[in-house]
Design a protein around this ligand. Sequence first.
Ligand SMILES: [Zn+2]
Length: 562
Amino acid sequence: MSRFQRTLVTAALPYANGPIHLGHLAGVYVPADIYVRYLRARGQSVLFICGSDEHGVPITLAAEKEGISPKELVDRNYVGIRDSLRDLGISFDNFSQTSRPIHTQTSQEFFLDLHASGNLRQGTSQQFYSESAGRFLPDRYVEGTCPHCDHESARGDQCERCGTQIEAETLIKPRSVVDDSAVTLKDSTHWFLPMGDMQPWLEQWINSKTDWRENVTNYCRGWFRQGLGDRAVTRDLDWGVPVPLENHEGKVLYVWFDAPIGYVSATKEWANDRDDPEAWRTWWQDDSTRLLHFLGKDNIVFHALLFPAMLNAHSESYIVPDNIPANEFLNLEGDKLSTSRNYAVWLPDYLESFAPDSLRYCLARNLPESRDTNFTWADFQARHNNELADILGNFINRTLTFVEKYFDGRVPEMGELLDVDRQALAHLDTSIGQVERLMESFEIRAAAEALLLVTKEANRYFDEVQPWATRKSDLARCGTSLYVCCQFVRAFAGIWAIILPESMEKLWDALNIPGNLESEGWPSKERRLPAGHPVGKPEILFQKIEDETIAAQVERLRAATQ
Ligand SMILES: [Zn+2]
């Protein structure tokens, strides 16, 4: 048995510069939510934490473009992100913001602790300085001529024409994007996390992880081979968590440093909201807590190397992640998603036209767990129509219709079980066990497939025992086979609920089962529907999606890229 008594699950903080799209959902939020719902359904203690990541230069640039303050921009985007994720059924226990005072305080405390214990080193770096504005400018605020291709408006850190990363000192005729005045390079004093010193501990720790996904451990080993270096923790900017030391005006914590601390501050906020302000410590500082980070591959370095190094260096005994089930990327109709080209399916747009469960299912069947995968609207329609509607919806509907019509809406008596019935029930139990094993090892895509297979098996059983024929020839026999079908329906409400919470809640209500689906719905031999139990019939759970509806989405995507 595991030494863990509870699980803290974090989902990578979405960046507050725009809405959520399908790539975020497949990489982070859908798998994390399915996993959390699975733990809750198994009666485990779990806390699901997230929030929006609201600091950094892209935020200040976007705010300046709109003529509003960074805080106005992030507050507006926060609401949009929070509400759309909620509407998709992503069931966070808290969804906070890194621009809140509790986060400033928590991040500063972290910085000061590492500073006091000598885990931060002071150094200088050269940065662009604007004489006209009297301040340092981040690279993204500077343009100049590319030293590689002579492009005249290359960014301070990268040339968008030739794609080359640019060292600040090589940019020709650098100027400020704010007022077009010339800028110069000047020494700026900063604090650095000496990751090289922490590499031996990190290597030993990563090497002890035999059950992590290969993409995560391979990625870390690649970094170890290069050798970790000092990493700047502070920068010159006025939007962010101020460096809590004297004579550090105009300096803030780097967003990579403060963002993961957001998980801690969001947990503190959750504890405060429950009037139990010290409760966060149980989740972060008790080694019977299991910490899991769900994220996309672009976030591995922060969660597998930098944040664990910070947690380990802190003088209080923080736990470090037990696993980091990182995902690869989701492509869209065969191309890379691109927010700058508006080549994406945005969650608020999706929710205007479709039910949340359809997308949750389609993504679950196609999660980029070990390699990049591809979303197409045609596949979305096929999975909804041919799998959710024709297999799951159909089985629930035909079973409950028979019970309603011929057995007064009550689960029939279980008469003598034949081999075919016993095999069906045994198959159900085996499949539940298989889903459990797959979920425990983060094979969520395979678990979704196993759910579909057992649902197909239920339909096959229904066809084999032919209740429409036995109804006339042998009503007791008909009742027994529908008793078996009712057990499948009962089990489906519980196991499918981790992927299809909205639809299965409707089914659960129709089944009149006492108790809470989310925490008491997981099926077992002891949780069968007894004969005589009254069951109703839900509305049609999955209406077919028409070709025109899908064609409109494909057209919308095509138009957006022109
Ligand atoms: Zn260039």
